[in-house]
Design a protein. Structure first.
Length: 94
């Protein structure tokens, strides 16, 4: 992950994750935390709780996996599916 994104999330920034595949899109909103380490190189997790481990990139998310658009999930399962994932972090200025 980009160091600027990590820095924004460690400052408690807002995270917007957009997942797009085959014309369908879903958006998940989360928050960052100073406790995030971004240590895991193989997977990322958005959490509805405040629990943080090395995979966590967002907490207090507005959706769990079961809340993601089921049509999109179905298309993600297709062999050869092309998936676009955009991570955007925003830090509120004082």
């Amino acid at each position: 992950m980009n160091e600027g994104l990590k820095s924004a999330l460690r400052k408690g920034g807002r995270l917007i994750v957009t997942i797009e595949c085959a014309g369908l899109r879903d958006v998940i909103r989360s928050l960052g935390s100073e406790r995030m380490t971004f240590r895991d190189q193989d997977s990322i997790v958005l959490r509805r709780s405040t629990y943080v481990d090395g995979r966590t990139i967002g907490i207090l998310s507005n959706k769990a996996a079961q809340g993601i658009d089921r049509g999109l999930v179905g298309r993600l399962k297709d062999e050869g599916a092309i998936v676009f994932v955009r991570l955007e972090a925003f830090v509120d200025q004082p």
